[in-house]
Design a protein around this ligand. Structure first.
Ligand SMILES: Nc1nc2c(ncn2[C@@H]2O[C@H](COP(=O)(O)OP(=O)(O)OP(=O)(O)O)[C@@H](O)[C@H]2O)c(=O)[nH]1
Length: 227
């Protein structure tokens, strides 16, 4: 297992970079918040207003897997079209992607193939991806049958979950499966070359994020379609 000798007790935790991708308003920020800040107000709560991501943001979640200490650095990209070039520029150097659509929004599902293309173009074919059909608490508004999500994931050979950031359905499991797949892959490469690689790409991503946040801010109150 990747853990033995890497990120074990007394050693620095392994840094793993995960990027959230998908159209605007599908729930990327809410999923990250639910996973990294369990005490925050639930998504879909009428008292929590929607704030579109502007540019890029990230959160860190420490986890332990089979004695391996891992620091998940989860980058939350903006889904709005005008940020597409900026968002996809963060894909490079990531080990994993959480690709999200909204089960009540057919367009967000139909765009998944294009997001998959962006991921493979920018991050290569070896990265791990999971597909999430979010907002499964809104069954009465469902526009994408579960079988369609399962079929698409099967065609791409990736795991699939229907999730609800609002009701905390499958969020933990989805990140666990992705982290496990990434660690299994890392097991096959040299830990030190991996550490050097992540140190360099992480530094450049952080630097870029500081510049972007400084120039355009973090979140704003622009509403996405349907809100
Ligand atoms: N009912 C329900 N609403 C959700 C869920 N997840 C997110 N929402 C709501 O959907 C809206 C958009 O959520 P965000 O998490 O900001 O979406 P996003 O994908 O990060 O959007 P961008 O920042 O524009 O890319 C907000 O009003 C959330 O409260 C969910 O699982 N169920």
């Amino acid at each position: 297992m990747a853990g033995q000798g890497q990120g074990g007790a007394g050693r620095p935790a392994l840094l793993v970079k995960i990027v959230m991708a998908g159209e605007s308003c599908v729930g990327k920020t809410s999923i990250v918040r639910r996973y990294t800040e369990p005490g925050s107000p639930p998504a879909g709560d009428p008292t929590s207003s929607y704030l579109a991501t502007i540019g890029i943001d990230f959160k860190v979640k420490p986890v332990t897997f089979n004695d391996t200490r891992v620091k998940l650095q989860i980058w939350d990209t903006a889904g709005q079209e005008r940020f597409h070039t900026l968002s996809t520029s963060y894909f490079r150097g990531a080990q994993g992607f959480v690709l999200v659509y909204d089960i009540t929004n057919l367009d967000s599902f139909q765009s998944i193939t294009s997001w998959m293309k962006d991921i493979h173009e920018k991050a290569g074919d070896e990265v791990d991806v999971i597909l999430l059909g979010n907002k499964c608490d809104k069954e009465s508004e469902r526009a994408v049958p579960k079988q369609k999500g399962e079929k698409l994931a099967w065609e791409h050979g990736i795991p699939f979950f229907e999730t609800s950031a609002k009701d905390n359905v499958n969020i933990e499991d989805a990140f666990s499966v992705l982290t496990k797949e990434i660690l299994e892959k890392l097991e096959k490469i040299s830990v030190w070359s991996y550490r050097a690689h992540t140190a360099v790409t992480s530094f450049s991503m952080l630097l870029k994020q500081v510049v972007v946040q400084w120039s355009i801010g973090g979140k704003n109150t622009l509403a996405c379609a349907g809100h």
